[in-house]
Design a binder for this molecule. Structure first.
Ligand code: S3P
Length: 439
């Protein structure tokens, strides 16, 4: 165990969430802005970049491959693109910390390079399934070696010629889709990916912003190899996945009233809004606009009564990162909430079905983990101790639970909140919660 994993949040019961806040930049868009900026011809200026450990892992990876990247001010990053063929071999293995997005998307890019690379990460990332990307990349002609279990480290062999394939994805995964589209930039011919259900489309939108044509027909997305990416300016909106904790928190308290400014509201990410609305939450979208090819809005959420629901399966990929927060809303709702079709939650930064069910049970809530979801009986939250298992989103979800708990909640292993939401504790305190960090 390293000392970082000893961070504990101690959250006092009660409090409220009020005011106007701006959450940090979108993690998915931040990763992609560095990747495409690095591979483009010319200089890309990024504003609103997420200075979290995950997106910084991507930034450092490209610095290690010879890309000059300047951090000029908080959220302002300048990437001096080296072109599609300008990356250099890193000096050693590339360490990606907790970041699955960095590892899966980078595999697509690195499978097409002339040099070998090794990708590794922290204890959580080293347990995550990688065959979902390595198999189709091998079908394209790449060579990537995993452990027997299909987990990292990834040994990516260079000097291979990639050919475009038509790939029908067995799981709805934006990371798999993105890895293949990025490999497709280098491949001979056309690379097409068909998704079983819509997933976040930031890669497609950003490729277009970098002047690379993307063909989208229903669930099929295609790119052709052999072009150039042209540098551009990227404005990263606030991350709706980070905002989700404050949306749920404000919904839980009768006087909750929060405005989240400048949030990305890409329809492939707004499942949390649709689900919370079905549960009875009052959510308004204000000032809807576009920034850098992505829809943006301010969102106002007010507290009130919540009701348990059966969550429609088609919302699952559109809210995939928000279930820890949604489970807390369900725990405070009147009646039963049922989630199915969400087995992917078992292979996130932790097994989010088991870890959330255990934490809810520890706080006196009847929550039953199932193979692909959870059944939660809304009730009275007690105080107690929960283990986040180093999962940032679980730590933040249980923080919000304290707004409705009868006693203090202690949350173990919270250091990884810094992977996606630097400044979370300060923001929660400013908005009306009482939260102490130990360790
Ligand atoms: C992401 C895709 C999702 C999501 C992850 C970020 C991305 O993963 O859970 O946090 O940026 O493409 P999957 O593609 O595995 O569903």
């Amino acid at each position: 165990m390293n000392c970082e994993s000893e961070v504990t949040y101690v959250v006092a019961p009660g409090g409220t969430l009020k005011g106007t806040i701006r959450v940090p930049g979108d993690k998915s868009i931040s990763h992609r802005s560095i990747m495409l900026g690095a591979l483009a011809d010319g200089v890309t200026a990024i504003d609103g970049f997420l200075e979290g450990e995950d997106s910084l892992a991507t930034l450092r990876a490209f610095q290690e491959m010879g890309v000059h990247i300047e951090r000029r001010a908080p959220g302002r990053v300048i990437v001096h693109g080296v072109g599609l063929d300008g990356l250099q071999a890193p000096n050693g293995p590339i360490y990606l910390g907790n970041s699955g997005t960095s590892m899966r998307l980078l595999s697509g890019i690195l499978a097409a390079q002339p040099f070998n690379t090794i990708l590794e990460g922290d204890a959580s990332l080293m347990q995550r399934p990688m065959r979902r990307v390595t198999r189709p990349l091998e079908q394209m002609g790449g060579r990537i070696i995993t452990t027997e279990a299909g987990t990292p480290p990834l040994e990516i062999r260079g000097g291979r010629t990639l050919r475009g394939i038509h790939y029908k994805m067995p799981v709805a995964s934006a990371q798999v889709k993105s890895a293949l589209l990025l490999a497709g930039l280098y491949a001979q011919g056309e690379t097409c990916v068909t998704e079983p259900a819509p997933t976040r489309d930031h890669t497609e939108r950003m490729l277009e912003a970098f002047s690379w044509p993307v063909e989208r027909k229903g669930r099929r997305i295609c790119v052709r190899g052999g072009g150039r990416l042209r540098a551009t300016r990227i404005q990263v909106p606030g991350d709706i996945s980070s905002a989700a904790f404050f949306m749920v928190g404000a919904a839980l308290v009768p006087d909750g009233d929060i405005v989240l400014e400048q949030l990305g509201v890409n329809p492939t990410r707004t499942g949390v809004i649709n689900i919370l609305r079905r549960m009875g939450v009052d959510i308004q979208l204000l000032n809807e606009r576009r920034a850098g090819g992505e829809p943006v809005a301010d969102i106002r959420v007010r507290g009130g009564e919540l009701r348990g629901i059966r969550i429609p399966e088609e919302e699952v990929p559109l809210a995939i990162d928000e279930f820890p927060a949604i489970f807390i809303a369900a725990a405070c709702a009147r009646g039963t909430t049922v989630l199915t079709g969400a087995e992917e939650l078992r292979v996130k930064e932790s097994d989010r079905i088991q870890v959330m069910a255990d934490g809810l049970n520890a706080l006196g809530i009847g929550a039953q983990a199932t193979a692909d979801g959870m059944v939660i009986e809304g009730g009275g939250l007690q105080g107690g101790e929960v283990d986040s298992h180093g999962d940032h989103r679980i730590a933040m979800a249980f923080t919000m639970a304290a707004l409705r708990a009868k006693g203090e909640i202690r949350i173990l292993d919270c250091a990884n909140v810094a992977t996606s939401f630097p400044g979370f504790v300060e923001m929660a305190c400013r908005a009306g919660m009482s939260l102490r960090v130990e360790g």
